[in-house]
Design a binder for this molecule. Structure first.
Ligand code: FAD
Length: 376
């Protein structure tokens, strides 16, 4: 087992890897250039929805998502117990709303394979839809009800993880400034220099979890890392508790009722470099979708509007694994739309690699070196 591990990046993925490594007995230092959870992880809607997010086939990515959902009960219990904080995990179930009869047919094949994987999902008609979700527009003709999907309050999970890491003795170097140099020796051992740190940090192993910024490591690892930011604009409405009872998905947007009387509605997917501002166009589309699906939201002002940068890879799959040829480096990045869902399984897989154990899940499809054919 490595003595000392440095985790680079303090979003949900970095914090989760630090937490898991520390609870398995490793000495962990986490380096975050800015504030912990200040990027995509603090902006997320917090949905844990492997079935709604994967409607085509039970491929490797779906299985990774489902494995992670199955790890959530023990994961949340451990994080909440150690931190003494709640991540506001709500077992709401989800409804995918169907607006046109013609869209019902493909749902049958989706239900067939998803139910083989334990979704317990059902096609419900308009009357059942109204019973489950009375505030929905009567224009909805059917829905898919998936009882096992749930959500957390992402900023609270991030805070709880941070606190749990501190209790386990993880050294948290936040506001460390830009990472200026990384040296990783093929035979073992690495060091990291950051602008606002007086000393370089030395470690036996590095775990890079820099979200949308992970491409910056190409120059130190000689590896092609095609990760780019996809901005997600998102907003919330004031929402009396229980007015929207489930996570609701349409083809245009999703809605998640939080315990703090906010109904979160997301999210755009736009390319705007590393900009995290919101635009009238992006939020306007969410507002229009909201009035169409939930007539009670018509003419309601949004309470908050914000945006975050999803780390997207060229093939849509995360990069989780050892960097071949650079012994001490592990990458855990590129979780795109599902980093909150995927945090426990990523942390478990990374900790298994650090301990040189066979991983809990197959990581072949997520190998960081799979893009080496692309010219840098
Ligand atoms: C609007 C929106 C809604 C979403 N909803 C959901 C959802 O419902 N469910 C779900 O599962 N996922 C959701 N996601 C996706 C999820 O938020 C991301 O997949 C996840 O947060 C990625 O976590 P991360 O730790 O890799 O990245 P981040 O949270 O972005 O963290 C990366 C960290 O790296 C730091 N950093 C920057 N440069 C460097 C460097 N050079 N070295 C080291 N660190 C660096 C950054 O400061 C940042 O703190 C959503 C995303 C958005 C934007």
């Amino acid at each position: 087992m490595p003595q000392a591990v440095a985790v680079l990046g303090g979003g949900i993925i970095g914090l989760s890897c630090a937490f898991e490594a520390a609870r398995r007995g490793m000495r962990v230092t986490l380096i975050e250039p800015g504030g912990l959870g200040g990027q995509a992880s603090g902006a997320a809607a917090g949905m844990l929805a492997p079935f709604s997010e994967n409607t085509e086939q039970p491929d490797d990515f779906f299985q990774l998502c489902l494995n992670s959902l199955r790890l959530y009960p023990e994961w949340i219990r451990a994080v909440e117990e150690l931190s003494g904080m709640s991540a506001e995990w709500v077992q709401s179930g989800s409804i995918n709303v169907v607006m046109h009869e013609a869209d019902i047919l493909p749902i049958e094949s989706r239900l067939r394979w998803q139910n083989e994987w334990g979704a317990a999902a059902q096609l419900i008609d308009a009357a059942q839809l109204q019973r489950l979700e009375p505030m929905l527009s009567t224009a909805a003709v059917a829905g898919v009800y998936t009882p096992g999907e749930s959500h957390v309050y992402a900023p609270k999970l991030v805070s709880a993880l941070e606190s749990a890491c501190r209790k386990l003795g993880v050294e948290m170097l936040e506001h460390a400034g830009d990472i200026e140099e990384v040296q990783a020796h093929p035979s073992g051992g690495a060091s990291v220099r950051a602008k606002a740190l007086d000393q370089p940090v030395h470690a036996d192993r590095l775990v890079v979890c820099a979200g949308a910024w992970t491409g910056a490591y190409e120059r130190w690892f000689g590896l092609t890392i095609p990760i780019h930011p996809i901005r997600g604009q998102i907003c919330s409405f004031e929402h009396p508790a229980n007015e929207v009872r489930h996570m609701v998905f349409s083809s245009q947007a999703y809605w998640v009722g939080k315990r703090n009387d906010r109904l979160v509605c997301g999210a755009s997917e736009d390319v705007a470099g590393f900009e995290t501002n919101v635009t009238e166009r992006g939020i306007g589309r969410l507002i229009r979708s909201s009035s169409r699906l939930f007539p009670f939201l018509e003419r309601k002002e949004t309470m908050h509007r914000w945006a975050g940068l999803r780390p997207a890879t060229r093939d849509g799959l995360p990069l989780i694994g050892r960097v071949e040829g650079i012994g001490p480096v592990i990458l855990a990045a590129g979780h795109y739309r599902n980093g909150i869902l995927l945090s426990p399984v990523t942390a478990a897989a990374v900790a298994d690699l650090l301990e040189e154990k066979t991983s809990v899940v197959s990581l072949n499809a997520f190998a960081p070196n799979r893009f080496s054919y692309i010219e840098k």
